[in-house]
Write a protein that binds this ligand. Structure first.
Ligand SMILES: *[C@@H]1O[C@H](CO)[C@@H](O)[C@H](O)[C@H]1NC(C)=O
Ligand SMILES: *[C@@H]1O[C@H](CO)[C@@H](O)[C@H](O)[C@H]1NC(C)=O
Ligand SMILES: *[C@@H]1O[C@H](CO)[C@@H](O)[C@H](O)[C@H]1NC(C)=O
Ligand SMILES: *[C@@H]1O[C@H](CO)[C@@H](O)[C@H](O)[C@H]1NC(C)=O
Ligand SMILES: *[C@@H]1O[C@H](CO)[C@@H](O)[C@H](O)[C@H]1NC(C)=O
Length: 151
């Protein structure tokens, strides 16, 4: 009788937990698993950021090389990370950085790394331009999750 009680109690608790967390999952699922939405957010944050940083920044030479996007994004994140470490009050750069990391989780394609991925030094405007161009291109991808089964 005791075991039976415990079992029913557990079933009840897990039912309550499930029914409470289910709507949250749906809400967060739509933006968090949606590469289109994440890319749109990155573009919005880049637009909102009006600061031009001085210095030299590594950017892809050819932003059309999709096989290199994994490598390029690694570089973008590293650069953005450095900027936000130095300028802690730039919330836009921090959000872009976070969203870029999220993109690599959503899109398995971004874990592939091609070779001959050539980068060059540039100023901040050119760096931002390249970042935007890569993100716009990823936004246009039909799906990001779909490729997972192949890998
Ligand atoms: C992904 O986000 C875009 C833009 O916010 C939206 O139009 C689209 O319906 C979303 N797709 C899914 C599957 O949630
Ligand atoms: C940049 O935007 C912020 C608000 O987001 C504003 O306070 C600031 O004056 C702007 N700076 C320049 C140089 O436009
Ligand atoms: C950039 O890469 C694309 C895709 O690999 C290629 O078709 C194009 O010719 C390259 N452009 C230059 C200038 O190398
Ligand atoms: C980021 O900063 C570290 C330490 O200062 C440096 O070694 C690294 O090259 C920087 N990365 C980029 C992409 O600027
Ligand atoms: C950045 O570099 C490009 C050429 O590489 C130049 O046309 C542009 O004026 C520069 N922008 C700034 C803010 O220095």
């Amino acid at each position: 009788i005791h075991t039976m009680y415990l079992y029913m109690l557990l079933a009840c608790v897990s039912w309550v937990l499930e029914s409470h967390s289910a709507p949250m999952k749906i809400v967060s699922g739509s933006t968090q698993d949606n590469h289109t939405a994440v890319c749109a957010e990155i573009e919005k944050e880049l637009m909102a950021d009006n600061v031009t940083y001085k210095g030299s920044f590594e950017r892809p030479q050819n932003t059309s090389e999709e096989l290199c996007y994994g490598k390029f994004i690694e570089g973008f994140i590293s650069t953005l990370n450095n900027i936000s470490t130095k300028h802690k009050n730039d919330c836009h750069i921090q959000k872009v950085c976070k969203n870029m990391r999220q993109l690599t989780e959503i899109c398995p394609k971004l874990k592939l790394t091609g070779h001959n991925c050539i980068t060059e030094k540039s100023n901040f405007s050119k760096f931002k331009e390249a970042l935007q161009s890569v993100v716009i291109s990823i936004e246009g991808w039909k799906s990001c999750k779909g490729i997972k089964g192949i890998l």
